[in-house]
Design a protein around this ligand. Structure first.
Ligand code: ADP
Ligand code: ADP
Ligand code: ZN
Length: 218
């Protein structure tokens, strides 16, 4: 299954992605995670991406598209994949279509996780992430068993540099202007499934599964 998770920052893409890859055992490809790993390693890509990420802006398509295309050629992606946070612009979506149609393996579904702005702000400013494995928690809505320690790997939790109120507002604005048009883009292709992301994590997951496993796009 080839699936894209679409949604504003904080909608729950990463959280649902973690659960989906456990169920379907396909690779979880998060462009945000790829950039954060590159920053941690101090690579040239990381240095370039950091400039944009710190401001809450998007990394230019020219940098992102090549990385994802290469990732999709890897053997573990041939049976399917979950894209999280990519595409984020119409240009990226067109490039993805081209790569996949070249391989004769088009997308099966795009899941749009919807939530309102107030909820997103609260989620993002309370988000904590594992330094070691990238797992996502929330100080109120999804607490680890031991404060600041990852349940999965024992790693230390931290607050992302771009999860401050000011940068979050900028990112939500960028989402509305540059990413939201993808909803119509995928609706026209009859690939879009919308789910109510304001529900509890388990309820959102159940809705995604039911959409993926049978219902028609809506
Ligand atoms: P995204 O990848 O879309 O930016 P995340 O999955 O990182 O979003 O979720 C953002 C924050 O909100 C995290 O702290 C996460 O634990 C929390 N969260 C995710 N889904 C829900 C939900 N359905 N209800 C409450 N909090 C949630
Ligand atoms: P969130 O879901 O909370 O917005 P991500 O981890 O998906 O966070 O992305 C973090 C940052 O990485 C974005 O604000 C942006 O600067 C950059 N980024 C991630 N994916 C893309 C993409 N597909 N195109 C451009 N920039 C991206
Ligand atoms: Zn961890």
């Amino acid at each position: 299954m080839r699936v894209v998770l679409l949604g504003a920052p904080g909608a729950g893409k990463g959280t649902q992605g973690e659960r989906l890859v456990k169920k379907y055992s396909f690779p979880h490809i998060s462009t945000g995670e790829i950039f954060r790993a590159a920053i941690k390693e101090g690579t040239p890509l990381g240095k370039q991406a950091k400039e944009y990420m710190d401001k809450g802006a998007l990394v230019p398509d020219s940098l992102v598209v090549g990385i994802v295309s290469e990732r999709l050629q890897q053997p573990d992606c041939q049976e399917g994949f979950l894209l999280d946070g990519f595409p984020r612009t119409v240009g990226q979506a067109e490039a993805l279509d081209e790569v996949l149609s070249g391989k004769g393996t088009p997308l099966n579904a795009v899941i749009s996780v919807d939530a309102d702005q107030g909820e997103l702000l609260e989620r993002l400013t309370g988000r904590r992430v594992c330094k070691t494995c990238g797992a996502t928690y929330h100080i109120r809505f999804n607490q680890p068993q031991v404060r600041n320690v990852c349940d999965k790997c024992g790693g230390e939790l931290y607050q992302r540099a771009d999860d401050t109120v000011e940068t979050v507002k900028q990112r939500l604005d960028v989402y509305c202007r540059q990413t939201e048009p993808l909803i119509t883009y995928y609706q026209k292709k009859n690939l879009l499934f919308s789910v109510d992301g304001s529900k509890e994590i388990a309820a959102v997951f159940a809705e995604i599964i039911s959409k993926l496993e049978g219902e028609k796009p809506a």
